[in-house]
Ligand binder design. Structure first.
Ligand SMILES: Cc1cc2nc3c(=O)[nH]c(=O)nc-3n(C[C@H](O)[C@H](O)[C@H](O)COP(=O)(O)OP(=O)(O)OC[C@H]3O[C@@H](n4cnc5c(N)ncnc54)[C@H](O)[C@@H]3O)c2cc1C
Length: 315
């Protein structure tokens, strides 16, 4: 156990956590940011970010996040990477944050742990993970050079990452459960104008098939019931997210969670980012809300940090 008590411990080094860190450290609050892998969050595995203000030509996700990190380091945020939070608990007025290898004491905590891509739960998904099934076009796209792939999900993430895959692959079959695409219109227009894309809207993915590697997928037309076998060498999955809040749930379901969660496991906050537990705030994708974007996560991080400042001055 570390004997010092931090003013703020931030859980998660994505846009929300790093923005909160910029504000709390500029307010001269002793700030520690804990990250279970390396700092950067989801944008660090996103190819090109085109809608973050200030970069008219877009910016590589990894470059944007390295700027966030540099800015927060400049004002004094301390980082502990590969330090996954397993539990938090209030003891008197302080909050104990326990990770796999340490225990930290804090006056306030900002939870900015984001979310992870949801799995499909279809036959073949686990078997072919890393052997044709991927959740990250930026990481795995180059492995599919001149191959035919499927992208499952036609929301913003699916189309945007599909667009970056087009730099490598021969063709993309997009599969969407709904009869329409949910992505921004500008993305839809660009993708539809490509010669090597085709669309299976209102189709359900039934299975991913192959031997050692993916060879095909089976989809079902939801209006006619017809099943189709589509030959592909890879499957990229973008069908939604699950919140990183496991460390806040009590093992025994009869006990209350550490902070109040909604039915899907996202953290409920008020508009000042306060959770149900005094001294604990939440920001970014991990919060129960409708829209999830980088600049929104930054906005949440800003509000959480300003609320922390107010809370600490009142203590
Ligand atoms: C493929 C894709 C493309 C996207 N493109 C765009 C885009 O172009 N523009 C846009 O505005 N938005 C985009 N988004 C959405 C955007 O990435 C998110 O809204 C944003 O990253 C949310 O930031 P966050 O800080 O809340 O969470 P995250 O970025 O998810 O960061 C959370 C961090 O917390 C860490 N963490 C989790 N659990 C723990 C734990 N127990 N202990 C310690 N650390 C933990 C994680 O490792 C992660 O680094 C995209 C998302 C995806 C998936």
């Amino acid at each position: 156990m570390n004997d010092k008590t931090y003013d703020v411990v931030i859980i998660g080094g994505g846009p929300a956590g790093l923005t909160a860190g910029i504000y709390t450290s500029r307010d001269r609050r002793d700030t520690l940011l804990l990250e279970k892998s390396i700092v950067g969050g989801l944008p660090a595995v996103t190819d090109l970010v085109e809608n973050y203000p200030g970069f008219p030509d877009g910016i590589k996700g990894i470059e944007l996040m390295s700027k966030f990190k540099k800015q927060s380091e400049k004002f004094g945020v301390k980082f502990s990477e590969f330090d996954e939070v397993k539990n938090i608990e209030t003891i008197d007025k302080d909050i104990m944050v326990r990770t796999e290898r340490n225990e930290y004491s804090a006056r306030t905590v900002i939870i900015a742990s984001g979310s992870v891509p949801k799995k499909l739960g279809v036959s073949g998904e686990d078997k072919f993970m890393g052997r044709g099934v991927s959740y990250c076009a930026t990481c795995d796209g180059p492995l599919f050079k001149d191959k035919d792939v499927a992208v499952i999900g036609c929301g913003n993430s699916g189309l945007q990452e599909g667009e970056s895959l087009l730099n490598h692959v021969k063709s993309i079959k997009f599969v969407e459960f709904l009869p329409y695409m949910n992505a921004e219109k500008i993305l839809q227009e660009r993708i539809k104008n490509q010669e090597n894309t085709s669309f299976f809207l209102n189709h359900q993915l039934l299975s991913i098939n192959g031997d050692d590697f993916v060879k095909s997928i089976t989809v079902k037309d939801r209006s006619s019931g017809e099943e189709k076998l589509i030959n592909v060498d890879g499957v990229f999955v973008y069908v939604g997210f699950l919140p990183n809040t496991k460390f806040l749930s009590k093992k025994d379901s009869s006990e209350k969670d550490i902070v109040e969660l909604d039915d899907y496991g996202y953290i409920i906050t008020d508009r000042y980012m306060k959770t149900s537990l005094t001294g604990v705030f939440a920001a970014g994708d991990v919060r129960s809300k409708k829209f999830r974007q980088i600049d929104e996560a930054c906005g949440d991080g800003t509000i959480a940090a300003l609320s922390v400042a107010e809370y600490l001055s009142e203590l």
